[in-house]
Design a protein around this ligand. Sequence first.
Ligand SMILES: Nc1nc2c(ncn2[C@@H]2O[C@H](COP(=O)(O)OP(=O)(O)OP(=O)(O)O)[C@@H](O)[C@H]2O)c(=O)[nH]1
Length: 324
Amino acid sequence: MTDTRLRLTILGGYLGSGKTTWLRHQLHVGAFGPRVHVVVNEAAEVPVDDALLAGAEGMTLLSGGCCCCVGRDDLTAALRDLCDARSRLSADALRLERIVLETSGLADPGAIVQAIQSDPVLINHIVVDETTVAVDALHALAQLATEPLGRRQVGAADRMILTKTDASDPAALATLRATLATLNGHAAVSAAVLGDAVALPPLPADAAPATLPPLGPEDARGPIRPTQVAIPEGLDWSAFTLWLSALLYARGDDLVRVKGVVRTPAGRLLLQTVRKVVQSPEILPEQGDARSDNMIVFIGRGYRPEDLGRSMHRFLGLPVPTQP
Ligand SMILES: Nc1nc2c(ncn2[C@@H]2O[C@H](COP(=O)(O)OP(=O)(O)OP(=O)(O)O)[C@@H](O)[C@H]2O)c(=O)[nH]1
């Protein structure tokens, strides 16, 4: 008999690897079919990805905790709600067919698959169709050398999408592909630039994998955490970008990801960086949920969260907050 359970695609990948960009494009071209619901998980309280995925037909946002660990119950509850709503419709109605879960960049997709498959309700309603993992061609080799999480994400993939191949060096890309094959030889590998599929060149015969050091289960440098910093009204934008550039120059290896929406005279600007790479700001539509505007999320380790806001205020010549 045909399996009528809801299909679930899990979209994982390290912080800033290009998950949202890829998903946004797939939704735009209808790659997931007509009746798809997107669940977006962000580790930070202040969500940004939902603003980018606003075109999705149905969307659930789970922010403030990673779904593979602290946010697991919220994910289970959200999936159960979707299953309940679907079960209330008759089988010949236009029922939901697929859920795409974009995990936070800090999630282990394998732990999410396990959580779903061990839930006595979900297992009857949902089948995990595929775990797709976005792999950042610019930063993945460095991540795989040092981050146990990066290796777990790659290991959990059924399919890997190499992103940012437009900006990566061909020799480094060949090394990355050979390295991915040693970590997970079963996953299909393809590439996309800004979400659009591109062909990968044949892998050179002499491409050798990088030598990866052994890593423990957790990173010895401590956990990566999100910190929110409120942006003052009437901010001097040039001074702010100067501060941010200086911060990334000095601490870009610790500050893995920065993102947020800032209100400026030019409109709502989406600001984002991945390590030391600063993306040109994108103007977002005025409509949409503006509750998170003027909040920037910094995700990283190796600094005291309260020092970020203090440093920014000091640099901008503003009164330095005493509270974190
Ligand atoms: N050059 C280039 N940049 C890309 C590509 N894909 C994504 N980016 C950029 O990489 C940055 C991060 O992309 P996102 O799609 O937000 O990454 P993400 O994995 O959803 O990020 P988190 O949810 O924070 O983990 C953005 O500035 C994108 O514009 C690509 O193929 N090429």
